[in-house]
Design a protein around this ligand. Structure first.
Ligand code: AMP
Length: 222
């Protein structure tokens, strides 16, 4: 791996509702790194009614993974963009072994590698509670929670004033399916990165700042 201060690649792993989006975006901002959130990319594409949107819509609606043939090239095309040269924080990618291997290979071809994988661990009962009350800004994707982290003004984003909405895949049925998919496909990545000596487990329970502190400690010096 090349000098880590030039190329920093951090993956956030965790079940839906573990707080990956909030924490990963915060880390990207603090460290001045690019931020790739595949869920956000699909949702943005869907707003624009592109051909990708039509394909993605059916999978997101069911809580299933978008096929690797669509997802992997979408991410790999992005990581070589100039704005991501210094490094990237990945949120929601990789989500299965094939994606993880494709990412490792693409980075290795550029003489780079993932530095650290942050695994946010939260118990299932807490995940269900969080996902049930989640509201997201339509413009900047900042997440809120009706009870734990409500916006200052109901229905409006504190950061950009955008409209808050409940993700269509945050329904009870789809949440269940997304958790199933996580345990069937994504959880195996915990082993994959542990074997590579890159996995760092973080307790994801507690407030956003509290969890952020734990992550800051383990990314110190990166
Ligand atoms: P998220 O915002 O990360 O919870 O992702 C929302 C939805 O987008 C998921 O339930 C999948 O349908 C799709 N998605 C996001 N990331 C990926 C990925 N890496 N591979 C396949 N599908 C994905």
């Amino acid at each position: 791996m090349k000098g880590s201060s030039d190329n920093r690649y951090i993956v956030f792993l965790g079940a839906p509702g573990a707080g990956k989006g909030t924490q990963a975006a915060g880390v990207a901002q603090t460290l001045g790194l690019g931020y790739i959130a595949t869920g956000d990319m699909f949702r943005q594409a869907m707003e624009m009614d592109t051909p990708l949107a039509l394909q993605a819509k059916s999978y997101l609606g069911k809580g299933a993974l978008v096929p690797d043939e669509i997802t992997i090239p979408m991410v790999l095309e992005n990581i070589s963009a100039p704005k991501f040269k210094g490094g990237v924080v990945f949120d929601g990618f990789p989500r299965n072994l094939k994606q993880a291997e494709a990412l490792d290979k693409a980075l290795a071809e550029q003489g780079k590698a993932i530095n650290k994988v942050v695994y946010l661990k939260v118990l299932e009962a807490e995940l269900l509670k969080r996902l049930g009350g989640r509201w997201v800004c339509r413009q900047c994707q900042t997440p809120y929670h009706a009870v734990d982290s409500p916006p200052k003004v109901k229905g409006k984003c504190d950061k950009c004033g955008g409209e808050l909405y409940q993700r269509p895949d945050d329904t009870v049925e789809t949440i269940k399916k997304r958790l199933e998919v996580y345990f069937a496909e994504t959880a195996s990545l915990i082993d994959y990165y542990a074997k590579a000596g890159k996995l760092y487990e973080v307790d994801g329970t507690g407030g956003v700042d509290e969890v952020g502190e734990r992550i800051a400690v383990l990314l110190k010096g990166l």
